[in-house]
Design a protein around this ligand. Sequence first.
Ligand code: FUC
Length: 801
Amino acid sequence: MPRKVIHLFLLTIATVFSLSQVGAAPAKGKPNKFNYKEASKVQPLNQAPEQPLSLWYNQPATHWEEALPIGNGRLGAMVYGGVSKEIIQLNEDSIWAGPPIPEVKENVMSTIDEVRQLLFDGKYVAAQEKQQSVMVGRISPRSYQTMGELRFDFGAIEQVSDYRRELNLDTAIATTEYTMNGVHYVREVSSSPVDDVIAIKIAADKRGAISFNASVGREGMFTTKAKGNDTVIATGQASHGKKHLGVKFATVYKVVAQHGSTEAKDGLLTVKNADSVVIYIAAATDYNANDTTHPFTHDLAGKCDTTISAAQKKGYAKLKADAIESHQELFRRVDLQLGSPSSKTTLARLQSYKKGEVDPNFEALFFQYGRYLLIASSRAGTMPANLQGIWCKDLAAPWNSDYHININMQMNYWLAETTNLSECHLPFMDYIERLVPSGQKTAQDLYGCRGFFAAHASDVWHGVVPFGKAQYGQWVVGGAWSTQHFMEHYRFTEDKEFLKNRAYPILKEASLFFLDWLVEDPKTGKLVSGPSTSPENKFIVPGSKATSNITMGPAMDQQIIWDVFTNTLESAKILGVDDEFTRNVQTALNQLALPQVGSDGRLMEWTEEFKEKDPGHRHISHLYGLHPGRQYNIYNSPEMVTAARKSIDHRLSKGGGHTGWSRAWIINFWARFMDAEKAHENIGLLFKKSTYNNLFDKHPPFQIDGNFGAPAGMAEMLLQSHAGQIDLLPALPQAWADGSVRGLCARGGFEIDMAWRGGKLIAATVHSKQGNSCTIGYAGTTVELATEEGKSYDLFDLNSK
Ligand code: FUC
């Protein structure tokens, strides 16, 4: 193997092993039931759908990562668009395998003191060994799971013509259509946020032309039974080989056929010679998010029946219209126009893009796909989007498809406020609040600290104990990082009630923890966090070949704590709180160690200039203060921004950005550096290296964070507001020379519309939602704008001011 290839190979191996991933590869020799081979000959329509915001294809999906996702926040499905057969893989957002939950080991605090001393003495290996000895094990698999599949068999079909499958992002409907023997068939699949069902409509333009068998299946603890001649009831419980008994669920599938006949038997629904068919799918579980130890006891199948009866009574046409209206209320808030629409299929566009074709319109489609996916996986009242949103075909998913809060889950929500989906942000914050009680208890039991904390990952059972390997597990700022979202939600909405009742209380809890957790570094007298890691990077211990992860005061911890303290003080000020607690926070903030710049000009990841074991590491944690934090920006700390830039140059020169989410983060960094071309180059690399055919983000395997992180970066390229002013088009690349955007949001309660030609702004309108004043910057000039609530301000002549 050439050296470069060997290096990449080793890097890949190292990545795979260091990630402690639980793979979900099918057993050897067993065909992968999520691959699909179309038996009929398919002649495509090869015509783009009318709605340019669509993903569309000339062939059915051949594997899961080509299927098309739909969802109402809670119920999701992946639609293959097969002809002779069809697979619709289904999810519900609370189906998780269950306890045990990692528990606290006793006497950890004395060990922590010992480990701190070892670290201050530079005995990194001994410190890591000691720390590892008090870590509890990772429980895996104990995964988020699929709800099952509905598999259609339409019989032997030799050939079809005019085939097309598409996902219309504007209506949230996946449609498959084709013509067979002169009959045109149209199949629509959608998930209604209004009626809480998945609806599958099959129509034909000739009477009596629809016949099929549809079977309901799933592995694991699962049974099906028929009810009447049109319904299958499936019940199950998430588990792993009958261990980790978790959430119980019921799914009801009801077929409603116009004319023809229906039959239900075991797990099979049969329809013969119908004119049209609708299948309603409802699901219920016993998961009780607010008290996970007391699952609901209601009749799950009965609940589904009630839901389906209501949906059926409403009728498909109205159900569809209501679902579209609800979706569009969110989706249509932002419009982004770049380049020109294409007549090519999504697959052909992706392939051409990979070969170097410039296609900004495709980038805009990807941006809107990110917004679509957030609406589909995270709506007010649902569970938050996990590592796969809600789309998961496995029983033992990669990383359990859990809630990783050492970047992934936060990244899922980076686009929520800026791209006008503030309501979709709420499930994340609801979830983080549900971690607080266990975070408080664990802080006391484990460390004798007040307040709340959470480590690098959790799940629906709300455990926060640091678990697994110290290299990723010994990290106590996951909850703290998440509190940033509360403050940002306030900054965008200016909702004072939210600030008072939700943001300030959780920031206070996070601050309390750090007031007790931080210790003085004997060398500097500054307050440092630790033992902790810089997720999930490793350094070479000075004077040896050994590696270690844990130190005192890694840059990311210190920057997150800076963020928590400053957010706490800012919100206290707005709320008029000035007490002993806020004074203590201010004192600790004054004494907090902050990251330094190393002798090579890079922003330091640790307090010493360690040599990195993996200099191209995917986490770029020490740049938190630049993004998603707001500690360093080009106006207030150009020297830190320069150092951060050197750090990222170094990372990239050593192979950085090799996972989808890492690349997505990099786009955001370049946007904050206001380096348009670099930001755009990394969008390109994301498409080239880390995007599946259905435009799902590729870690690999599929992980949804990049689908959200990259559009968030694109929004940052067009509009920024974290640095005390609103910057218009701060990082507009040449490829986006002409375009327009409507509805992006800025902190302070503003919505902005812009148009530009030849790289220059030609129109800008500011809609003021709260009547605040703001400073608007464009191309080196600024204007002050005093506004009135509800009024819009046209800034088209900004350039001349
Ligand atoms: C973080 C990352 C991994 C992966 C996992 C789910 O720990 O380091 O790459 O994304 O989360």
